[in-house]
Each structure stands twice: as structure tokens, then as C-alpha cells.
Design a protein around this ligand. Structure first.
Ligand SMILES: Cc1cc2nc3c(=O)[nH]c(=O)nc-3n(C[C@H](O)[C@H](O)[C@H](O)COP(=O)(O)OP(=O)(O)OC[C@H]3O[C@@H](n4cnc5c(N)ncnc54)[C@H](O)[C@@H]3O)c2cc1C
Length: 338
């Protein structure tokens, strides 16, 4: 017999965003989630809460209100200086059991991905990972959680009708922040830690930044990305020359990464990074759906391909038909060195 673990939906209210805190700063993805969650809270006629776990963070509550939150639920303690997924999961689960939110959203970041599945298990909930769209079903009030499925070939809309809260993660750069409104005010709730919040499984001894093996695709205004059309690592050297001219970062398709031409941390797409640059150059990238889901929200897309009929060429704001080995050197020559 399967136990009925459904929850009484009427007991659960409000939309929660779990903040991402890094080195004492609330990260951009939190404000993006607040932007998306504001619309959900309005559709439900409920409050939008932002839950923040960290050290010395109370001073940032006003920015959360300006960004759309009605309530900042903060646990501010020196013991939370470093992120320990087991401990944060225990605290968040306790807060969820106490306050009973209807919806919980978290960034699909490395930390969010470590944290929220634990919380889902501890609170006996479902979880939809990597959503690209969120809305409320006006008839049932259920959260409609849309994400790519079956290798990105279809978009699936998932609902969790019997259990509360409904939990979802959303990738950074997919949702839009609201324009901050300094006149918005909110309510601050401060919670304290309990002894039972700590699992004592791990202690962070030291944090260091890996500056060698990283590329800052998420903050880049210009991304110059290459695919199989670049034919090898030499093609990427040429691409890097263009990126340097415009102070941009180099991105890549999975085909280029899998061929060993560039390291994985350059990969854009479903199994790589999601980016939202001002300009995205796609050079020799055909634009399969798994790539497009990682870059289609960029403001302006320029595609260079010898085939005018590819999905990327159809999506692009400017589609340049031709041989990239002729076009890119020409572009580099035409942009003055700064
Ligand atoms: C589960 C799953 C997850 C995936 N995740 C990702 C992901 O995160 N990111 C990703 O990118 N892919 C991902 N893929 C792979 C994806 O399906 C495609 O295979 C991949 O994106 C293709 O890369 P591409 O466009 O570089 O290569 P191709 O599709 O081979 O396109 C190469 C393009 O280069 C053009 N070209 C060739 N020579 C020249 C030239 N001299 N001048 C101009 N143009 C030229 C061609 O006309 C063509 O359009 C995933 C696949 C699966 C199944």
C-alpha cells in the first residue's frame, strides 16, 4: 500500500525565494527570482518572502524589499558565514515546517543544486529543477513549472497538485529582475539558530577562488562563441583574438567542448552555462535546442554560418552567411585595438 503523504493545501501560503549569499553578498540570481516570484505572489494574492541565511546580512534587507519582497526572513549568525549544504538544508526545512510556504524557489546554481534537493527530501516534497518558465494555473492555483525535457526536444510543464510546498529551481539569467523601487517597504523577521540545525558533518576550513579554470560568461557583455564550424583549437585561438578586441568572453557549443578544443567551463547550453550578454556572436554553431536554451535571452544575437537555414541563423538579429575563416579575421582587422 502506498501511504498518502499529501498535504492540506489550505495550510500553505506565500511564495518564498531562497537567497543565494556569497562572501556576505546577496547574489543577482536572488533578485531575478524575486522578479519572477513577484508575479506569482500577485497571481495568488499572497506575500513574497525572501529567506536569507548568512552572516552580517540584515543590512541588505532593504534591497530585497526594493527588488519586490514583502518580507525578509533572515537567519543572521556567525555560524552561517560559510555555506554548508547539510546545515542550511536543516534550517530551511525547519523554517518551511514552521511557516508553511506554498511555493519555494531557489537558483539552479551549484549551491542551490546542493541545497534544495535535500530540503525537498526533508520536507517530503517534489522538486522541478532548471525551470525556464513559471506561472500560476488560474483554475487550481497550482504552480506550472516549465522546463526542457527529453534532451531539450520538448518543453514539459510539471505541476505538483497534492503536495505543498511546490518547489522549483531556476537557472541564473533566465528571469528578469524588477527595476528597484526605493519607496517599497517590507517586514523583517529575524529567526535564531537552534542546536538541532547543525549536523556537524562538515566544517569549511578555507575558501579559495579558482581563477585559472574559469571564464566569466555570466557577467560578460560580449560573448564570442564557437562551435564545430571552427574545426579545432586553432579556430578558437582566432575567436579569442576577436573576444580580446571587444573585451568579451569566449563561449562554446558542446560539440566543440566534447571534441576537446576548449575546456568545459566555456560551454553554453542545457548542460553548460546559461548566459544573458548584451551581444552574443555564434560562429559556426548550428543552434540546436540544447544550445539555444542557454543563450536565447541574450539581447542581440549575431550568427555567422555558411548555411543560412540553421536554427541559429533564423534566431539571430543579424545573420552573416559565409565562411567564418574569412569573416572573423576581417572583423578583427576592422576593430581597432584598445
Ligand atoms: C542531453 C543533451 C544535452 C546537450 N547539451 C548541450 C549544451 O549544453 N550545449 C550545446 O551547445 N550542445 C548541447 N548538446 C548538443 C547539441 O544537441 C548539438 O549537438 C550541439 O550543440 C551542436 O554543436 P554545433 O552547433 O557546434 O555543431 P553543428 O551542429 O555540427 O554545427 C556546426 C555549424 O557550423 C557551420 N560551419 C561549418 N563550417 C563553417 C565555416 N567554415 N564557416 C561558417 N560556418 C561553418 C555548419 O554549417 C553548422 O551550422 C546536448 C545534447 C544532448 C543530447
Amino acid at each position: 500500500m502506498i501511504a498518502d503523504t499529501s498535504t492540506d493545501r489550505a495550510d500553505y501560503h506565500n511564495v518564498w525565494v531562497v537567497a543565494e549569499v556569497l562572501s556576505g553578498e546577496i547574489q543577482k540570481v536572488t533578485y531575478e527570482l524575486l522578479g519572477a516570484a513577484r508575479a506569482l505572489a500577485d497571481a495568488r494574492g499572497s506575500e513574497l518572502w525572501c529567506v536569507v541565511l548568512g552572516r552580517d546580512i540584515q543590512g541588505q534587507a532593504d534591497r530585497l524589499f526594493h527588488g519586490g519582497a514583502d518580507v525578509a526572513l533572515i537567519v543572521d549568525d556567525p555560524a552561517l558565514e560559510n555555506f554548508v549544504d547539510e546545515d542550511q538544508a536543516a534550517i530551511l526545512s525547519r523554517l518551511i515546517r514552521t511557516h508553511k510556504p506554498e511555493i519555494v524557489l531557489c537558483g539552479a546554481t551549484t549551491r542551490g543544486r546542493a541545497l534544495i534537493p535535500r530540503v525537498a527530501v526533508m520536507t517530503n516534497c517534489g522538486l522541478t529543477a532548471d525551470c525556464t518558465g513559471l506561472s500560476i494555473d488560474p483554475e487550481t492555483g497550482d504552480l506550472l513549472q516549465t522546463r526542457p525535457a527529453f534532451g531539450g526536444n520538448i518543453m514539459a510543464t510539471i505541476r505538483c497538485s497534492n503536495h505543498r510546498p511546490q518547489m522549483a529551481t531556476v537557472r541564473p539569467r533566465v528571469m528578469n529582475e524588477l527595476t528597484p523601487d526605493p519607496s517599497r517597504k517590507g517586514r523583517l523577521i529575524v529567526e535564531t539558530l537552534q542546536q538541532s540545525d547543525f549536523t556537524n558533518l562538515k566544517t569549511v576550513l578555507e575558501l579559495f577562488k579558482d581563477t585559472e579554470n574559469s571564464v566569466n560568461l555570466s557577467d560578460a557583455r560580449f560573448i564570442i562563441a564557437g562551435g564545430r564550424g571552427l574545426r579545432g583549437p586553432e579556430g578558437f585561438k582566432m575567436l579569442k583574438g576577436l573576444a580580446e578586441r571587444v573585451n568579451g568572453a569566449v563561449g562554446a557549443s558542446r560539440a566543440a567542448v566534447d571534441s576537446g578544443w576548449v575546456p568545459y567551463y566555456h560551454q553554453v547550453g542545457q548542460t553548460g552555462q546559461t548566459v544573458q550578454s548584451s551581444v552574443y556572436f555564434a560562429c559556426g554553431i548550428s543552434g540546436q535546442i540544447q544550445h539555444l536554451v542557454g543563450m536565447q535571452s541574450c539581447d542581440f544575437i549575431v550568427a555567422i554560418d555558411k548555411n543560412p537555414e540553421t536554427p541559429m541563423m533564423r534566431l539571430a538579429d543579424v545573420a552573416v552567411v559565409g565562411d567564418l575563416f574569412e569573416i572573423i579575421p576581417e572583423l578583427i582587422r576592422s576593430i581597432p585595438q584598445t
